[in-house]
Design a protein around this ligand. Structure first.
Ligand code: DAH
Length: 353
């Protein structure tokens, strides 16, 4: 004859089992919370153990078996539920992230980053001028970035460009992130023979960061080499290029300046696009904006790439693409270009053509 206490235990287990099954079948409760409710420290199983303690000695083994059997049943069911949940999660993830390539493109979605749009306009302008697109390495040897551009190893002008060096012990000379796109001049001249008429937009790097400088920025370089190229040709091309980008009322002025790879060298100022020369905060009251470096390619550079500097001549100039985009789109802090802030970027709804 079973005692009252054992019968009560059997009955409780039966009821709990029913309740447990209906809970898992309804799927209304999370698996983890069901586990805590039954197997947790203060869970239903613990209270069953308390009933077990109150059984007479001879019924304890049977009562123990019942409780353990129920415990195994619950934990197996919970494991099974967890596994199912995991695999259905995976299949949901897979089906959600699946891309239907046959769907038509939504032409209102996505836009070019303002820098890329600026670059695109620059490319179109140079193509109209008959210049061809060139590219070059972003990680380069000292030779292409400095040495062949007439920066000797201890030249103080190297200090103008805070360089990121790459730790490459196997290299026979310093390896660096190019500080300007002028390295492409050297690569191109070594690869080709004159006449050369190229432009090269690309990423450049300097250890510098403030409102108008970011460690990574963009430049575009232009290079023209032939037998009779003058400073006036260069000035005309720069003016045409700037008018194409900023409008036909652009005027420029050239100031003498020093860059080791050009002689004579200069800086190009453009009449302020905002105040048209009156003086404002963009041009710091001067009415002019510094926009490019330029000059006639130095004979030492021509000789460094094996060209006869008595026979060939040419010009080179370089613009900052970020700076042009700041002026064109009226952006005051260049760091905003690289923060990936959707609110900022969505102000340039420039759609892909
Ligand atoms: N590479 C120069 C710089 O990053 C800019 C520059 C100046 C480029 C004069 C040129 C040039 O081609 O002729 O500061």
């Amino acid at each position: 004859m079973k005692t009252e206490a054992l019968l009560k235990l059997e009955q409780s287990i039966g009821e709990l089992k029913k309740e447990f099954i209906s809970k898992i079948e309804s799927g209304a409760q999370k698996v983890d919370s069901i586990r805590v409710e039954y197997m947790g420290k203060k869970g239903r199983l613990t209270s069953l153990l308390e009933t077990l303690v109150s059984l007479p000695k001879e019924e304890k083994p049977e009562g123990g078996k019942l409780v353990t059997g129920f415990r195994t049943f619950i934990s197996e069911k919970i494991e099974e539920l967890k596994k199912n949940a995991q695999s259905s999660n995976i299949s949901k993830l897979l089906s959600d992230s699946c891309v239907d390539v046959s769907l038509p493109v939504d032409s209102n979605k996505g836009s070019l980053h303002p820098i890329m749009h600026m670059k695109q306009e620059i490319i179109e302008a140079f193509h109209k001028l008959g210049f061809s697109y060139c590219d070059g390495p972003e990680v380069d040897f000292d030779f292409y970035n400095f040495q062949a551009l007439n920066f000797s190893p201890d030249h103080p002008a190297r200090d103008m460009q805070d360089t990121f060096f790459v730790d490459d012990k196997s290299a026979s000379e310093p390896v660096l992130l190019r500080t300007h796109t002028s390295n492409i001049q050297i690569h191109t001249m070594l690869d080709r023979t004159p006449p050369i008429k190229i432009f090269a937009p690309g990423r450049t790097f300097r250890c510098d960061s403030d409102v108008t400088h970011t460690p990574m920025f963009h430049q575009v370089e232009a290079l023209m080499i032939d037998q009779a190229i003058s400073f006036a040709d260069m000035k005309g091309i720069i003016l045409w290029f700037l008018r194409e980008i900023f409008g036909q009322d652009v005027t420029i002025r050239l100031r003498p300046s020093y860059f080791p790879f050009v002689e004579p060298g200069g800086e190009v100022d453009m009449r302020c696009v905002r105040c048209k020369g009156e003086g404002c905060n963009i041009c710091k009251g001067t009415g002019w904006l510094e926009i490019a470096g330029c000059g006639m390619v130095h004979p030492n550079v021509l000789e460094a790439v094996g060209y006869d500097s008595e026979r060939y001549m040419g010009f080179a100039f370089g613009f900052g693409i970020d700076r042009m985009a700041m002026l064109k789109y009226d952006i005051s802090d260049s760091r905003m270009f690289y923060e990936g802030d959707k609110n900022f970027l969505s102000q340039f709804p420039i759609f892909l053509k």
